[in-house]
Design a protein around this ligand. Structure first.
Ligand code: ZN
Length: 284
């Protein structure tokens, strides 16, 4: 099998001590391609180092580095952030832009003491919107695909994407959770949608129905590891000493589940997703 993880965070500090064990586990699980997303200035060097070290040592696992300022991290950016981001992207012509986006949940629904947001200044939506548009323009200018995070701001996202130039290769709406009605207008703009194993939890019936409607040629699969842990029956692998985190090799179990959800043979899904991944993230 050639499984492709369209979105993970292998450079997250929480995974640093686990990476030497994760790489062989990915290969053993049949994972051949991953996109490693940076989310803030402090993890961009780790993404670059993983990409540089990795390519020589593990030719069986293809790693696409991706650099961006996540909406959660927008409020804590330095004055040099854009210069630094441009540097990382120009240094590696195969790098993608992301994770970038818009997040109204953080402002209106997140608990004040949510540990995932500890220490972050929660940037208002207009500030997020500025930073998002700046990064999207960078992706267009450098001809790179972009990975977009969006929670509770899909109307604004669609309006924005309809008003500005977009990456010619397309863009990924990672762990898309918007409405079924917005799928077609996003598709018309070049969107891909990545299904996350966390959506296999019983309470996410709406999202499973949504992913039955995504056109097959725009469908991708992701882990968002170490975040978005799937229910136990779909998360067979755990990280030693950190069972609360999502192991990136759980991707294989998500492929199985999505093939059943879409009622297509696993090899058909695998081949389709690999073709989609290649079209969006890989250079010919
Ligand atoms: Zn992510």
């Amino acid at each position: 099998m050639t499984y492709c993880d369209a979105h993970n965070h292998l450079a997250a500090p929480a995974l640093a001590s686990h990476v030497p064990a994760i790489i062989p586990a990915l290969t053993a699980a049949g994972v051949t391609h991953i996109v490693v997303n940076g989310t803030e200035e402090s993890d961009w060097p780790t993404v670059a180092k993983l990409a540089a070290d990795h390519t020589a040592k593990h030719p069986a696992l293809h790693l696409t580095p991706s650099y961006g300022l996540h909406p959660w991290d927008t409020g804590n950016r330095s004055s040099d952030w854009l210069k630094t981001l441009r540097h990382y992207l120009e240094t590696d012509p195969l790098a993608a832009v992301g994770e970038i986006g818009l997040d109204r949940w953080m402002l209106e629904r997140a608990r004040p003491d949510d540990p995932r947001l500890a220490g972050l200044r929660r940037a208002p939506l207009d500030e997020q919107h500025d930073i998002f548009q700046t990064q999207l323009a960078l992706a267009v200018g450098l001809d790179r695909p972009a990975t977009i995070h969006c929670i509770d701001a899909f109307g604004l996202l669609l309006e924005t994407l309809q008003a500005v130039p977009l990456p010619s290769r397309g863009f990924l709406l990672h762990a898309y959770s918007g409405s079924v009605e917005l799928v077609a207008p996003f598709v018309a703009l070049g969107a891909y949608f990545s299904f996350n194993g966390a959506y296999l939890a019983p309470r996410h019936a709406r999202l499973r129905a949504l992913y039955q409607t995504i056109p097959l040629e725009r469908l991708l699969i992701e882990t968002d590891a170490p975040a978005m842990l799937a229910p136990p029956e779909y998360a067979p692998l755990a990280l030693a000493t950190a069972p609360e985190l999502n192991h990136p090799a759980n991707l294989a179990a998500t492929y199985d589940a999505l093939a059943r959800l879409r009622e297509i043979p696993l090899p058909t899904l695998t081949a389709q997703v690999a073709a989609n991944y290649s079209r969006l993230f890989l250079r010919a």
